[in-house]
Design a protein around this ligand. Structure first.
Ligand code: RAM
Length: 335
């Protein structure tokens, strides 16, 4: 008689007897859950770290994880993978969406067949998923990027944004908040001259950087809110005559950016731990697929080493604030 109390019954017990709601624990996760990850693109180092975090979590709770996905971040490149996963009757799909709308009909089809859908990193329109695991508050990321570039530029001059694809939900939301932040009077002497798109393709990002420097000879900084873009921009600038004149900042992984911080091309940039992002998304998907949460605001679940997490408005779960990396702390990070 104690066994049911220890497991699924524990939740009902604390609600009924103590009058409080309890977080769903890892013990409530069904065993053998099939959870498939679809990154924006499989060859993006950031996505690889995030997916590895997901696979580690799935291993912890005894599920079966896999990663499938396209080699480019095009708007509908993920559709065929979603369709295959539906046929394979996965328990949950965890996806970093390349477009807010293109994948929605297919994800809706998955959900209509009982497959749980969690977006992470880059969201769909809300009807395309049950939960969105966001790396950090989008407004905070966008405003933070402008605050950082303003410091680097001494609060005046021309700067450009080198983004990922024109459809990327995450970058577009961050850029919207950057533009909001820029309206403040303290940035009156700063001018955003261009938003370029490197499509999260290393070579295209490299060429776009070159184009920005040619088109805007007075450019003082480039913000690349993409790990692919910032690394390509830094590589271009580090061996060009713009080194020391044009600051590169944005969102990057410490391991990809370390050499450029050491050689002085990059003074500071930001990110969160993509591994933890993928890890959190797996626990969210497992809690949904086990029926311990339904996706409503206020529900909470156990996320392994990340502890208890609570669903916020619009089905959003936030990992935590970003870290700013510079020459003083970059060697403390290895991802
Ligand atoms: C790239 C991708 C990803 C984004 C990071 C910051 O790797 O665009 O979606 O979150 O950059």
């Amino acid at each position: 008689m104690f066994k049911p109390l220890r497991q699924a019954g524990a939740l009902a017990l604390c609600v009924a007897l103590l009058g409080i709601s309890c977080a769903a624990g890892a013990a409530d996760i069904k065993s053998g859950l099939k959870i498939a990850y679809i990154p924006k693109q499989i060859n993006n180092p950031y996505e690889v770290i995030a997916d590895n975090g997901g696979m580690a979590a799935i291993k912890e709770f005894g599920g079966v994880g896999k990663v499938v996905g396209p080699s480019d971040a095009g708007a509908s490149s993920q559709v065929q993978y979603i369709n295959t996963l539906i046929t394979q009757r996965q328990d949950a799909i965890v996806i970093a969406a390349n477009d807010a709308n293109a994948v929605v009909p297919y994800l809706k089809k998955a959900m209509s067949q009982g497959i749980k859908v969690v977006t992470f990193d880059s969201d769909t329109a809300p009807e395309g998923r049950q939960l969105f695991v966001n790396q950090a508050n989008a407004e905070g990321i966008g405003r933070g990027q402008i605050q950082l570039v303003a410091k680097l530029m001494g609060g005046e001059g021309e700067f450009a944004i080198l983004s990922a694809t024109p459809n990327a939900t995450n970058q577009n939301t961050w850029i919207k908040w950057m533009q909001e932040e820029l309206k403040k009077p303290e940035y009156a002497k700063m001018k955003l001259v261009k938003i370029a798109y490197g499509n999260d393709d290393d070579q295209k990002s490299f060429v776009e950087t070159q184009g920005l420097l040619q088109a805007y000879p007075n450019l003082k900084a480039i913000i690349a809110p993409t790990t692919v873009g910032i690394a390509a921009a830094a590589r271009y600038i580090s061996s060009s005559s713009s080194k020391g004149k044009v600051d590169v900042t944005g969102l990057g992984t410490p391991n990809q950016m370390r050499a450029f911080v050491k050689n002085g091309t990059v003074k500071a940039f930001q990110l969160w731990d993509p591994n933890q992002l993928g890890y959190l998304a797996a626990y969210a998907a497992a809690a949904l697929a086990s029926g311990t949460i339904t996706g409503k605001e206020g529900e909470s679940f156990d996320a392994g080493k990340l502890g208890k997490r609570t669903i916020g408005p619009q089905g959003e779960i936030i990992l935590g604030p970003p870290t700013t990396f510079d020459s003083g702390n970059i060697d403390n990070f290895n991802f």
